[in-house]
Design a protein around this ligand. Structure first.
Ligand code: NAP
Length: 249
């Protein structure tokens, strides 16, 4: 199992005070990495850090807004060496496309797409100098599939998939591996409205070959794989952890 051992590695997971980001930080920490938790709310970060520290994981917190280019540069400079970056912070905004407000479009693109460019560029410069690094961009089944009322979200996640391939094209030669992780439907605060809607939940369970929602712990294996030596020749790929959703109509 040494291939998957992250002892001695330091990982920044953006948007990790709750939900999928928190689960990914816990997974990387459980495999031996020291983790840096990020979000905008310092109080939420301290609470999350306390939970992981109680599990024996080495944790730092870095509160900054991933949409603020200057704040990202300052935080990444202060953090120093990072071996693994998970670009996870993201938001969902729903409205029929014909009524979708322009300001919300930009908020969504800034959070889901611009942030991936900002944080990855800042972190990759150090990785390129050290000729080693792992970047995991959190995509979605909406990187592949549309759905009514979330066209801007799908556009942002499709772009994250293509930015992943572009990062591979530019940075693989420097020893970096850049891959995507595409969750299906997982129960988190982001999906709370859908979980609470029996009609949606019923549709989802019928539409997903596995017949159920995902549990955030089920993202751990793919995350550890993509963060570890086990994936050293895997580059520019998106691994969908979705109970088969993107493979079946
Ligand atoms: P969530 O429960 O809403 O958590 C989002 C996290 O991101 C929080 O920690 C939040 O903390 C942080 N965040 C939001 N905006 C930020 C910003 N501008 N700067 C820094 N941190 C920010 O969401 P989730 O369900 O775990 O989703 C995480 C990622 O997985 C997203 O990229 C999402 O698109 C993707 N995803 C989720 C699902 C799903 O089923 N849940 C499926 C596919 C893909 P603060 O608010 O304190 O900043």
């Amino acid at each position: 199992m040494g291939l998957f051992d992250l002892t001695g590695r330091r990982a920044l997971v953006t948007g990790s005070s709750q939900g999928i980001g928190f689960a990914l930080a816990r997974a990387l920490g459980g495999a031996g990495a020291a983790v840096v938790l990020n979000g905008r709310d310092a109080g939420k970060l301290e609470t999350a850090a306390g939970v992981l520290r109680a599990e024996g994981i080495a944790v730092e917190v870095a509160a900054f807004d991933v949409t603020d280019h200057a704040a990202v540069g300052e935080a990444v400079g202060r953090l120093g060496v990072l071996d693994v970056l998970v670009n996870n912070a993201g938001i969902q905004r729903r409205a029929p496309l014909e009524d979708f407000p322009e300001a919300t479009w930009h908020e969504l693109m800034r959070t889901n797409l611009d942030s991936v460019f900002y944080v990855a560029q800042a972190v990759a410069r150090g990785m390129i100098a050290r000729k080693r690094g792992k970047i995991i961009n959190i995509c979605s089944v909406q990187s592949e599939l549309g759905r009514p009322s979330i066209a801007p979200y799908a556009a942002s996640k499709g772009a994250v998939k293509m930015l992943t391939k572009g990062m591979c094209a530019d940075w693989a030669r420097y020893g970096l591996q850049v891959n995507g992780l595409g969750p299906g439907y997982f129960e988190t605060e982001l999906t709370a409205a859908l979980v609470a809607d029996p009609a949606f939940s019923d549709w989802l369970c019928k539409r997903t070959p596995a017949g159920r929602w995902g549990k955030v712990e089920e993202l751990a294996g793919a995350a550890i794989f993509l963060a570890s030596e086990a994936s050293d020749f895997v580059n520019g790929q998106v691994i969908y952890v979705d109970g088969g959703l993107t493979s079946v109509v």
